[in-house]
Ligand binder design. Structure first.
Ligand code: MGD
Ligand code: MGD
Ligand code: SF4
Ligand code: MO
Length: 851
């Protein structure tokens, strides 16, 4: 008999399965019982199936245990060399996400034309066909008016198949406005690496061989990009290396580190520059990398300039210029005043770091540089790896990696008709590059980044025009962007928005059409190519492990396919023609006839070089598509160090740049675009540097919104060990284990205040307090905690959902949030050189009042 729930209950009633004393029928929990024959019989007959977790940007290969069609357990995929069988705590929360009863279950449309947080959208169920027809009508209307540029696609997290919905589809419809969340994620970090060693991406670290790790806002056993790997060898690292954590809050890693430097938020630059100063004055730079004075006599003395002719560099460019322009006066004494870190600690950390060269890692996180003036801070942190020669070196930092060959999607140029071509040629809605104050340079190109948070301004001010039709997926922009109220207004003003989402989120509340999508880890087929981890490049598979209990369609492929069909019905067939004609299964030669087939063929096209054994590459050899799906991952060979040494750094000079000719060129190009000089760019972007200072890593004083007299405290944001970005708050495990974050409380959202400040402001532990910044206010519980440096209030990001589900919110129907969203009080300010949302560095001053 097949056991379903109903006859299982019948069966257990009859056999007395749950009756005490029926020992022979007790369920065998194999962790606790002996492996007897009886136990073996009782063992669940399931299987482990490969997939990928995208709970954060580590993108770990995992395996999911499926039994009777249900996903029941997650573990790291042992075949993947980046996380080698490990997964982090957050991976398990995914199980509660996929089976979340609050998920969107079928397509819906809005019946209330008025939009606002206080308006009930009046969603009613509709069919997928109807939904597609409505969207297609909106697009056809734009085509008729020759205004397809007013169509926009917004993307949050994504898989490799984003190249269809986010990459090619907007071009064929005719818009430059595909906007991702990248700029509110971590672009300043990339900025730091790019203007030292021409690498635009995340770094990998050779923890296995490091002797010193200086972590700037990094908390890698709880957050950042390789948590399972870092956590798995943290014990070894602790034994062999010293760890110093620079963070205004006692993070999980800081709590286990040798040194905690509770920096005043936004003042990291002073520390980084002073460390560089000590490395030079105390002759601790790594000579085989940087070079030396021609006569071997160190002339780096505080306050004194050096003649650049006296120094001969090897891998680097502009050391002496950097010293003369920005370092010579930056003593630890000078830095202590700015950063709030004791002089002795700065000396000690600098010396220990230098003595560990070249196995000394400067590890920067967005926390230290997604800061209004954080671009140069990031550059300084990256430059330290040059000074100690750990850049591209054993026990050091890898910026780049071995290749992970994948295919791009077929050419689409011939499907762009004149209407679309006109739309594509229009200026973009975001401010990137087109505004003097927003260079938003990706890899040196003015406007290479689309600053996500400026889209709200663009909509509100119709600057340069107003977007009209938006398709948004895996996003929650009126929750995740700083200045949420602005976003609520902008979304209310937006005439038509489609939200493709797992949960009815804050953004969903403003949608015209809501489309349910599969959970990436369990309910869809795709691939994910990650950057380096544990020295390997990789590309993992996502398998459709369970059949979704809901009426979902895959956002990145099935939806565009169905939209293509709907557009064809209305007389525009270019999109569906592109999909039907150009996508060919690399194995069978078949073309897709529906969205699901399209999804599979697209995944196969993308990953073919990895599983086709006839294609040469450096890494795993996999025998075919089926085997790839089973193994779940492809690994490159391990990184071969020093590939960039000896002239291959990719910068303007070909060297590792301290004085950045690469940045100079980029800034000059942006200045020229606006007919001004670089000083004007500095002024417009809130930087204080003028002249040559703009081209070297240097100190910039913290920028804060709010008057010090009115707002005496500094607000500092951090993420949770349990945050799957901001998508896990509706799981009970998230709430139950929230106290895994140092200082936090289960089922709550606390503002952590140092007892010294609490006393000053008459606040006691557990008081409800109103936190007010110049941007907004939230009310949360006060927690007295020594892990926050005095003068600062730290609070975790991730709670404060007024939508999303009955666990995330205190009262979903009345829109009462559990705690408060930090983005309500964070000001919508930017690190403008990279166009990044500057959420950190204590960008907002606050006041606190007992309520
Ligand atoms: N104050 C503050 N703000 C921050 C941050 C912070 O640390 N502090 N972090 C920033 C960073 S680094 C980032 S990357 C951004 C992220 O910001 P966003 O890209 O806006 O992402 P989330 O807020 O995580 O919201 C994701 C949405 O995707 C939906 N969803 C969940 N799972 C899936 C799925 O499998 N498929 C699809 N299609 N949808 C799904 C959810 O319902 C939710 O609506 O936030 C930024 N905002
Ligand atoms: N657990 C967990 N891990 C994640 C994610 C997640 O949601 N949860 N998301 C992933 C994503 S999308 C990203 S982009 C990465 C982000 O990578 P992370 O390394 O996690 O970066 P942030 O969360 O931005 O950094 C926050 C840290 O910076 C500290 N901080 C704040 N202001 C300052 C300052 O002025 N100076 C210094 N030195 N520190 C400061 C905070 O206290 C906090 O410890 O993490 C990824 N990993
Ligand atoms: S949440 Fe991030 S670190 Fe954890 S398993 Fe998933 S991808 Fe890996
Ligand atoms: Mo991110």
């Amino acid at each position: 008999m097949k056991v379903n729930r109903r006859n299982f209950i019948k069966l257990s009633a009859v056999s007395g399965l749950f009756v005490a004393g029926a020992s022979q029928t007790k369920p065998a929990l194999n962790a606790f019982t002996k492996n007897t024959e009886a136990a073996a019989k009782n063992e669940p007959q399931g299987e482990w199936i490969a997939s990928t977790c995208q709970g954060c940007t580590a993108w770990c290969a995992v395996q999911v245990y499926r039994i009777n069609g249900r996903a029941t357990k997650v573990r790291g995929n042992p075949n993947a060399k980046a996380n080698h069988g490990h997964s982090c705590v957050r991976s398990h929360l995914a199980l509660q996400q996929v089976y979340d009863p609050d998920r969107v279950k079928q397509p819906m449309k809005r019946t209330n034309p008025k939009k606002g947080r206080d308006e009930d959208p009046g969603f009613i169920p509709i069919s997928w066909e109807e939904a597609m027809d409505i969207i297609a009508d909106k697009i056809m209307d734009l085509r008729k008016r020759n205004e397809t540029h007013k169509f926009s696609v917004w993307r949050g997290r994504y898989t490799a198949l984003n190249g269809i919905l986010y990459g090619n589809m907007p071009k064929i419809i005719g818009t430059p406005n595909n906007v991702s969340h990248s700029s509110i994620c971590a672009e300043t970090e990339k900025h730091g690496r790019y203007y030292t060693e021409a690498y635009w991406g995340y770094a990998d670290y050779d923890h296995e061989n490091a002797f010193y790790e200086l972590m700037w806002g990094a908390d890698p056993i709880a957050s950042n990009r390789q948590v399972p790997h870092t956590a798995s060898l943290f014990g070894k690292l602790k034994d062999q290396a010293k760890i110093a954590v620079v963070d205004p809050r006692l993070s999980t890693t800081a709590a286990k580190a040798d040194e905690w430097l509770p920096v005043i938020p936004g003042e990291d630059g002073a520390l980084a520059i002073a460390i560089a100063h000590v490395l030079l004055t105390e002759e601790l730079w790594y000579k085989p990398f940087v070079g030396d004075f021609k006569d071997g006599v160190n002339r780096f003395e505080a306050g004194r300039t050096v003649d650049k002719e006296d120094f001969e560099e090897i891998q680097t460019h502009g050391l002496v210029k950097w010293w003369n322009i920005a370092l010579k006066d930056a003593t630890p004494e000078w830095a202590a005043e700015r950063s709030g870190i004791p002089v002795e600690q700065i000396y000690r950390v600098a010396r220990d770091f230098g003595r560990a060269a070249p196995r000394a890692i400067s590890f920067m996180s967005p926390g230290s540089n997604m800061v209004v003036r954080g671009g140069y801070t990031a550059q300084a942190m990256a430059a330290l790896n040059g000074l100690v020669g750990s850049a591209d070196n054993v026990g050091g930092v890898i910026c780049g990696g071995e290749s992970c060959p994948v295919n791009s999607f077929p050419d689409f140029e011939k499907y762009i008709d004149p209407i679309a071509a006109n739309g594509n040629s229009m200026p973009r809605a975001d401010f990137g590059g087109r505004k003097l104050e927003m260079p938003a340079m990706n890899a040196g190109n003015s406007g290479g980044i689309k600053p996500t948070n400026t889209i709200a301004d663009s909509i509100l001010n119709e600057d340069p025009y107003s977007l009209e039709v938006v398709m948004s997926y895996w996003t929650n922009f009126n929750y995740s962007n700083q200045g949420t109220e602005r976003w609520d207004e902008a979304l209310a003003k937006l005439p038509f928005m489609v939200h493709m989402t797992l949960n009815p989120a804050e953004q969903t509340h403003f949608a015209d059409i809501v489309l349910p999508v599969p959970h990436h880890m369990f309910e869809r087929l795709s691939a994910v190519r990650g950057s380096n981890g544990n020295l390997y490049r990789h590309c993992h598979i996502q398998n459709e492990i369970i059949e979704s209990p809901f009426d979902v369609r895959i956002d990145e492929t099935e939806v565009p396919w169905m939209l293509g069909e709907a557009l064809e019905r209305k007389g525009f067939s270019n999109l569906i023609d592109y999909f039907r004609n150009e996508f060919v299964d690399p194995e069978t030669g078949k073309k897709p006839t529906n969205g699901k087939e399209f999804n599979e063929i697209a995944t196969k096209i993308y990953t073919q070089p990895l599983w086709d054994p006839t294609i040469e590459k450096q890494g795993d050899v996999i025998n075919g598509w089926e085997e790839y799906k089973k193994i779940g991952t492809w690994n490159s060979i391990p990184y071969r160090f020093r590939q960039k040494w000896n002239g291959n750094w990719g910068t303007e000079t070909g060297q590792f740049e301290f004085y950045s000719e690469t940045l100079k060129k980029a800034l000059e190009a942006h200045a020229e675009r606006h007919n001004v000089n670089v000083d004007k760019v500095m002024e417009a972007t809130n930087y204080t540097a003028r002249g040559e200072l703009a081209f070297v890593p240097h100190y910039e004083p913290a920028y804060r919104v709010g008057d010090e007299n009115e707002y005496p405290l500094i607000f500092s944001d951090h993420r949770s060990k349990l945050n799957r970005e901001a998508r896990s708050a509706n799981t009970s495990w998230y709430q139950e284990f929230k106290d895994a974050d140092p200082g936090d409380e289960a089922w709550d959202d606390v503002a952590k205040i140092n007892p010294i400040d609490a006393k000053k402001f008459g606040i006691e532990n557990g008081d409800m307090i109103k936190i007010t910044s110049a941007t907004g206010s939230i009310t949360v519980k006060a927690k007295l905690w020594e892990g926050t440096r005095p003068g600062v209030v730290t609070k975790c990001y991730g709670q404060g959902h007024w939508a999303y589900g009955h666990i995330a919110s205190l009262d979903r129907k009345k829109q009462i949030a559990r705690g408060g969203n930090n983005n309500t009080i964070l000001a919508p300010v930017h690190e403008a050189l990279s166009g990044s949302g500057a959420r950190h560095g204590g960008q907002s001053r606050i006041k606190i009042e007992k309520v």
